[in-house]
Design a protein around this ligand. Structure first.
Ligand code: ZN
Length: 529
């Protein structure tokens, strides 16, 4: 029988956004020029099938039906499409054809735009990774802005200790000047301050106790250890109320990195700007802790304050501290003017190096844009959840890569067992002689053994698939109920959005805090395919 190379083209009304790139002419151009580069395909007789105005979400298309019929008749050597989505948009079904039917029929499949050629992927198990990823990405990127990372921000986010001196209770790591380690004698004093506070002692009482016991103050301790430098805010040789309070407020004792407290003032001046506490950069667990978070919390409660001069709890405002300048990466200043709230970058006041505009962005416009994107993400996650559930069902049913299901195998095994029984009955009746009977019986038993082993392998394979899909499912599950009230709440937005980078009113990039988890879940989904 003569075999053909089939070019398949599809255009549909749901491609409105990409009409031009998906026009039949364009598809044909891409496909033909790709074929011409592959010598074994270039001379092959070619047939062309087109579905005009048909959606890719199902396989009820005249062109595709013809194609699949031809495939089953063994007339197809190779199928070439512009990209997988031309062939179909439901990737469960698409992957069924690509992983099972086509390999089974010996058909080569090429998706030019996805860089997928079943010939070059032969023998690898994860051969659908790339095209499936592309399809997921297409789905995912529909309403999505790309993540950005500002180099500057990344550096600070690493939590490098860049101050010249270690705070009291710590010392610089002799092997890495960007790290601090615990200085035990001083750390013991710090720990005691917190312990006494947790027991309900006031700072004044603690200072008195220390003075009575002759405990060295931080500055005396430093001096004793050879340092000639004063420690900011602590210069006394006797313990005072304020020294204790100063230490009790230092979050570094619980292992949190604190950065961005002071900012350089105008260029050419020594002026420094002390930033409000709620604008500091905090990175938990970035160095060894002297006290536990629990102890810190208890101390805060006992002192009856929120641990700082301006220490209001700062969780309720949507996008709090998350809105950054797209150019310099700094958190935008939040300010209120005649009852309107704005974000503005303060960097242009210091330098033009990053080309930041001094535009003010109206808070509610930014918030609304972010909310929309968050909404569409939640929707996508819920779609993916449905998908992973469907996949769960599929893998439970057990479709193997050799195009056979557990049910089918069970059927075959049952049949073999029946024929073994029939065989015995025939032998009993005398219609078979012993030699013949034993020969056929052995052959049948062998077949049963093989089929049973096949069934076991398939079951094991399905279990792996199910595990992978389950873990993906678990992730997508966490999005259920997040927008039950229609709009996502400030709390939800703050949990999902890591940062928002503003370049202009029309260009906002959102970095999601679940990006890594999503990546893993998508990998699991791929595994489950
Ligand atoms: Zn800026």
């Amino acid at each position: 029988m003569r075999k053909y190379l089939y070019e398949y083209y599809r255009i549909s009304l749901d491609d409105e956004n990409a009409i031009e790139s998906n026009s039949i002419t364009n598809q044909r151009h891409l496909v033909k020029s790709h074929i011409s580069t592959i010598s074994e395909l270039a001379d092959m007789p070619t047939k062309e099938l087109v579905d005009d105005g048909h959606t890719g979400t199902n396989f009820n298309r005249p062109g595709i039906t013809q194609l699949l019929d031809a495939a089953r008749r063994g007339e197809v050597a190779c199928i070439v499409v512009k990209d997988l989505s031309r062939f179909g948009r439901k990737f469960l079904e698409v992957s069924k054809y690509l992983e099972q039917l086509f390999p089974y029929l010996g058909i080569r499949f090429i998706a030019v735009g996805d860089n997928y050629d079943s010939d070059t992927h032969k023998g690898t198990t994860a051969n659908l990774d790339v095209p499936v990823r592309n399809m997921l990405n297409a789905l995912y990127s529909k309403n999505v802005s790309k993540n950005v990372k500002s180099a500057k921000q990344t550096q600070t986010q690493q939590g490098k200790y860049i101050n010249a001196f270690a705070p009291y209770g710590f010392k610089k790591d002799p092997t890495d000047k960007h790290r601090i380690i615990i200085d035990e004698p001083a750390a013991a004093v710090v720990r005691r301050i917190f312990e006494l506070t947790c027991e309900g002692k006031r700072p004044k009482q603690i200072a008195d106790t220390f003075n009575a016991e002759g405990v060295l103050t931080p500055s005396s301790y430093k001096k004793k250890n050879g340092s000639k430098l004063k420690i900011m805010g602590i210069t006394n040789s006797v313990w005072s109320n304020s020294t204790i309070v100063y230490l009790l407020r230092d979050e570094r004792y619980k292992g949190t990195f604190i950065g961005g407290k002071i900012e350089a003032g105008e260029l050419g001046t020594d002026k420094r700007i002390y930033k409000p506490k709620n604008e500091w950069i905090r990175i938990p667990n970035s160095h060894p802790a002297i006290i536990t978070q629990e102890m810190w919390d208890t101390a805060v409660l006992k002192r009856g304050t929120n641990s700082g001069r301006d220490g209001k709890p700062n969780i309720e405002r949507m996008l709090y501290k998350r809105v950054r300048c797209g150019y310099c990466g700094h958190v935008l200043r939040y300010r209120t003017e005649s009852n309107h709230n704005y974000y503005v970058c303060k960097t242009p006041g210091y330098t033009n190096e990053y080309g930041c505009p001094s535009t003010s962005y109206v808070e509610h416009e930014i918030v609304n844009a972010v909310k929309k994107v968050v909404c569409s993400h939640i929707t996508i996650m819920l779609d993916l959840k449905k998908l992973s559930e469907t996949m769960k069902n599929v893998s439970t049913k057990g479709i193997s890569t050799v195009h056979i299901t557990i049910e089918e195998l069970d059927g075959e095994i049952k049949q073999l067992k029946t024929s073994k029984r029939t065989l015995y009955e025939r032998y009993k009746k005398g219609s078979l002689d012993t030699a013949e009977y034993l020969k056929v019986r052995e052959a049948t038993e062998n077949k049963i053994t093989i089929k049973t082993a096949e069934r076991e392998t398939l079951t094991a394979h399905n279990n792996i698939q199910t595990d992978a899909v389950n873990s993906a499912n678990f992730f997508f599950d966490s999005f259920v109920g997040l927008q039950d009230g229609g709009e996502p709440s400030a709390e939800v937005v703050n949990v999902l959005v890591k940062s928002v980078h503003i370049f202009s009113k029309h260009r906002i990039e959102i970095c999601f805090s679940f990006a890594d988890k999503l990546e893993k879940a998508l990998q699991s989904l791929n595994q489950g395919l």
